[in-house]
Design a protein around this ligand. Structure first.
Ligand code: BGC
Length: 370
């Protein structure tokens, strides 16, 4: 079968031919892969800045945002059936007994760092024609979501982030004030940094949870992303028109910042404008650049005097995948055109070089695998 692989030692990215994987354990499932999304992490791996091949292998098959169809199941499989379409999870637990997170199937919170990630860290990924894995890592998707289900994995980032927001905010009364005789208003304001797929999916998740949502990004308006943002009832603000320090005036108390650019400079600039009782979520994994200056006294004063919380989040456990499948279904009903327009192109495997090595435009580009 064909697969897209990097070989860091030789600094190559290519289509390779390798043996089709076979069912080995009784709970294994074999998938015919339909699609894989291309994301920033894949591009970093292809630039040899990130990613590790499996032990004993020179190459790593990449790809972690995916959709496959079940073509064969082991004799003890109960959760999926032949013909189901599924999105596999990415992380696999570390082997240590004392890692209570991994032992509780919460490898997204692995304590030891010895977890593996398919297509990223020490396990081959999903940009291959066939994949075999245990049924416990498979998430069945309704057939009518086939067109958009490749977005499930990137949406898990927002799902995991937002579930933590609600947990954290239990620390204070955080409901919206009820004014007698008036319908409940949106009272929480969120700023999403970046209008890439993670930002736009995050914006959908925030609007869906009733946040008054502002997407802050570089490109001047109007542009296809600003139109998409407006079409889901959020607001688009271009940094060309409004500088970060003007955002609180424009938005009001910023209750939540959802960072989705992977650019630490902008993120640490924005931390200064996080509002009272606000939460700042980091989702990006930046490449290492030079150090920057940060007004640490101001940041620290605000953290204390405004009761702020800053957290980082890496996707994702099973509940995030399940919530993602459910919410993507809701988004598709609420905003069918907007969800479809997130996927800007579907390409054959042979286009891998343009998609992974070039500066390809669009929002989410997808590789067809079969
Ligand atoms: C993937 C995650 C992974 C992270 C860090 C992201 O692109 O979606 O599954 O944990 O990269 O490797």
């Amino acid at each position: 079968m064909k697969a897209i692989a990097v070989t860091p030692r030789k600094r190559t990215v290519e289509i390779i031919n390798q043996a089709e994987p076979q069912i080995f354990s009784p709970t294994d499932v074999k998938l015919r892969m339909l699609e894989a999304g291309v994301c920033g992490t894949d591009k970093e791996i292809c630039a040899f800045e990130y990613g590790t091949p499996p032990a004993g292998s020179e190459h790593l098959v990449i790809g972690h945002e995916s959709l496959g169809e079940v073509v064969e199941v082991g004799p003890q499989v109960t959760r999926v059936s032949v013909g189901d379409i599924v999105v596999p999870m990415v992380r696999r637990p570390c082997p240590h007994d004392y890692c209570i997170a991994c032992r509780a199937d919460r490898q997204d919170f692995c304590f030891t760092g010895d977890f593996q990630e398919r297509g990223i860290k020490e396990r081959h990924g999903f940009m291959a024609q066939f994949v075999v894995d245990d049924e416990k890592y498979m998430n069945v998707v309704p057939q009518d979501m086939r067109d958009v289900a490749v977005l499930v994995e990137p949406l898990t980032i927002a799902e995991k982030g937002l579930s933590q927001v609600w947990q954290v905010q239990q620390r204070l009364p955080w409901g919206c004030p009820v004014v007698p005789g008036k319908a409940a208003a949106h009272c929480h304001r969120a700023v999403v940094l970046g209008a890439g797929p993670v930002g736009l999916l995050g914006a959908m998740a925030l609007v869906n949870q009733d946040f008054d949502t502002y997407v802050y990004s570089r490109e001047p308006t109007p542009n296809p992303k600003s139109q998409l943002v407006e079409s889901i009832g959020a607001h688009y603000i271009s940094s060309e028109n409004i500088a970060p320090e003007m955002l609180p005036e424009h938005v009001g108390n910023i209750d939540l910042v959802y960072e989705a650019t992977g650019a630490s400079r902008l993120a640490f600039e924005m931390i200064k404008y996080l509002g009272t009782n606000g939460i700042f979520i980091f989702t990006g994994v930046p490449g290492r650049k030079g150090p920057i200056e940060v007004d640490t006294d101001l940041v620290m004063r605000n953290l204390v005097l405004k009761n702020q919380v800053v957290f980082g989040t890496v996707n994702a456990g099973r509940d995030s995948f399940e919530n993602s499948i459910r919410d993507l279904g809701t988004f598709t009903q609420r905003w069918p055109a907007a969800v479809k327009s997130l996927i800007t192109g579907r390409f054959p495997m042979e286009s891998y070089a343009d998609l992974l090595l070039g500066r390809f435009s669009g929002i989410k580009n997808v590789i067809r695998l079969n």
